[in-house]
Write a protein that binds this ligand. Structure first.
Ligand code: FAD
Ligand code: EPU
Length: 341
């Protein structure tokens, strides 16, 4: 059956910020064939198009004057395996956390630290999702997509994806040019668990777990996340609103004199230091503050929230206020992580 377009669809339940915004038209695709037929229809309208996964990393600031196509391509398939590794292909419309749990149950290691991240498998390479000491790029073998312009099938090997911290080619040169339809992961059968993120080890110690399994790590990560990140089903948000900035060592040394308790990590680039944006925002006095229907979360200052009925513009306005204060106080310009539409 050919997928149907719905006119004037409210996207409120399709974005985790729970922002009401209407799309001119909206359709769901469950296969590459359906996607291609929808792309051909959309092309005739000449209007813009947005691919939607779980809507957990975007913010609608107005109605969407174009077509929203929601990805529901499902299916998990083992491509090959040996004693040590397994290659698994996953439909881009699968729920990320459910895929992680599927792999953990099978004993396939590599993505357990990324448990409970909302959204779809297909969006995971776009910002190279990361948490608790892991990034998805380290498990991706390849990304399969449809090129929007000519509807041809393409495959990006991980090395061609230009992965970085919350970055990939899909946010830069390839932005808006491809629809990701499948992701192939290379997972390990003999797990070497990663408990480098302090809080994970702490939970394992509390539970007296000496030789943790990937299930133990996944459970610990879920516990930590639930303790500080708001559940979008209860409070609208899109996770970290900003990226953690990297600043030159010299700038950091000056800040350290002024703010001796500033938190820092080695940067990804030499001579650069990473400073948690959550610390900067908390120190600038914004943590837990509310303006109208929006606010800065009381447990995680990096998360902006919609207390109900807010517009996307109200969230953006709050983010600009937060950026302004952080810039004035620390000389650091925070960059949004969320896709503002
Ligand atoms: P969407 O929000 O639907 O889309 C995001 C962008 O990708 C949009 O530009 C969209 O057009 C594009 N897109 C989506 N799917 C496709 C596709 N198949 N092909 C082409 N383009 C596509 N992120 C982290 O990295 N680490 C975290 O720890 C983390 N924690 C979070 C916690 C909470 C409570 C929330 C709400 C979010 C969190 N996030 C985190 C952000 C978010 O979960 C991820 O960015 C996730 O990968 C987004 O997936 P999605 O399917 O919801 O993408
Ligand atoms: N901090 C504060 N106050 C806060 C929040 C954080 O001072 O309100 C400081 C603390 O020093 C803390 C440090 O920041 O030790 C780091 O905090 P946390 O471990 O909560 O991580 P984060 O840097 O705030 C990043 C990711 C999250 C990811 C976590 C866990 C980014 C932008 N965010 O947050 O990803 O889940 O680490 O690894 O890199 C997301 O991308 O949406 C997201 C939630």
């Amino acid at each position: 059956m050919k997928p149907e377009f719905e006119v004037g669809k409210d996207l409120k339940k399709y974005n985790t910020f729970s922002i009401s915004a209407h799309a001119n038209s909206f359709a769901v695709f469950k296969s590459e064939k359906e996607l291609i037929s929808l792309l051909e229809e959309v092309e005739k309208t000449g209007l813009p198009m947005l691919i939607l996964g779980g809507g957990s990393n975007l913010l609608f600031t107005k109605d969407y004057e174009g077509t929203v196509l929601k990805n529901e391509i499902k299916g998990i398939q083992v491509l090959s395996e040996d004693d040590a590794t397994i290659l698994v292909k996953c439909g881009a419309g699968e729920n990320w956390h459910e895929f992680v749990q599927y792999c953990v149950n099978k004993g396939w290691a590599g993505i357990e630290n990324l448990s409970l991240i909302p959204g779809t498998v297909g969006a995971s390479p776009i910002q190279n999702i990361g948490a608790y000491g892991a990034e998805v790029k380290d498990t991706i073998e390849s990304v399969e997509c449809i090129e929007i312009e000519n509807k041809s099938k393409n495959r990006f090997l991980a090395a061609d994806c230009a992965f970085g911290y919350r970055e990939s080619i899909f946010k830069k040169q390839a932005k808006g040019k491809y629809v990701i339809t499948q992701v192939v992961f290379r997972l390990k059968k003999q797990a070497a668990v990663n408990t480098s993120y302090g809080a994970i080890q702490q939970i394992l110690d509390e539970k007296k777990i000496i030789s943790p399994t990937i299930r133990d790590v996944s459970t610990a990560v879920i516990e930590i996340r639930k303790s500080k990140l708001p559940n979008p089903a209860q409070l609208g948000n899109a996770g970290s609103f900003f990226k953690n900035p990297e600043i030159p060592q010299q700038q950091f040394d000056k800040l350290k004199q002024q703010f001796p308790d500033i938190v820092s990590y080695p940067g990804l680039h030499s001579g650069m230091i990473k400073v948690p944006a959550g610390w900067l925002i908390e120190r600038s006095g914004w943590k837990g503050k509310t303006i109208g229907k929006v606010g800065v979360h009381r447990l995680q200052a990096l998360v902006l929230v919609n207390y109900g009925g807010a517009s996307g513009q109200e969230v953006v306005d709050l983010s600009l206020e937060v950026r302004k204060t952080v810039k004035e106080m620390f000389g650091i310009d925070l960059e949004p992580e969320v896709n503002i539409i």
